[in-house]
Design a protein around this ligand. Sequence first.
Ligand SMILES: [Fe+2]
Ligand SMILES: [Fe+2]
Length: 190
Amino acid sequence: MLNFRVAAENHRCGFRDVPACCGTDGYEDKIVERNPKSQNAIKLLIADHSEVEKMFKATETAGRDAKREIFLEIKTALEAHAWIEETIFYPTLQSLGDEKLTELTSEAIKEHVDMKCFLGELAATSTDFSKFEPLLHKLIEDVRHHVKEEEGEMFSIVEKRFSADGLNTLGSSMEGEKKRFQSSAETIYG
Ligand SMILES: [Fe+2]
Ligand SMILES: [Fe+2]
């Protein structure tokens, strides 16, 4: 599997490893967020969002082959992210009985269904570039809209409803489940 850092050679900066020229865009913050000591659920999800956003940006300047490979990285990241939201995060929010959160999570679940549909279609059409390119564009547009709703509405309500300890406990279980999901996916797909 292509590592995103290698894919970054197609980034506008042309750097092969960590795009040092982009040090102000939060890459270092992301590393901090990945520190096992920092398990805050919201920070963990936002770190995932920004990681995927970097991949989206990398597709803008990538050639055809690189774009397909970055897409596989995007697919892997989005599937793991959606899994922990659907199995841990959203059900926890729904269990609070907050009407607005229940409405937002129901909408988010529908958007995840559409997103996974797009991921499947993209994987199936990745060799037909005339179909792949517009589908990828649509996926990126939809995911950006979904992330905007989560970060702009859902997360601010969650931060008010949970204590710092509660968010850390939730984040720890999501981080653990994400690792388990990723290792089982690697076992299945190699
Ligand atoms: Fe998310
Ligand atoms: Fe989501």
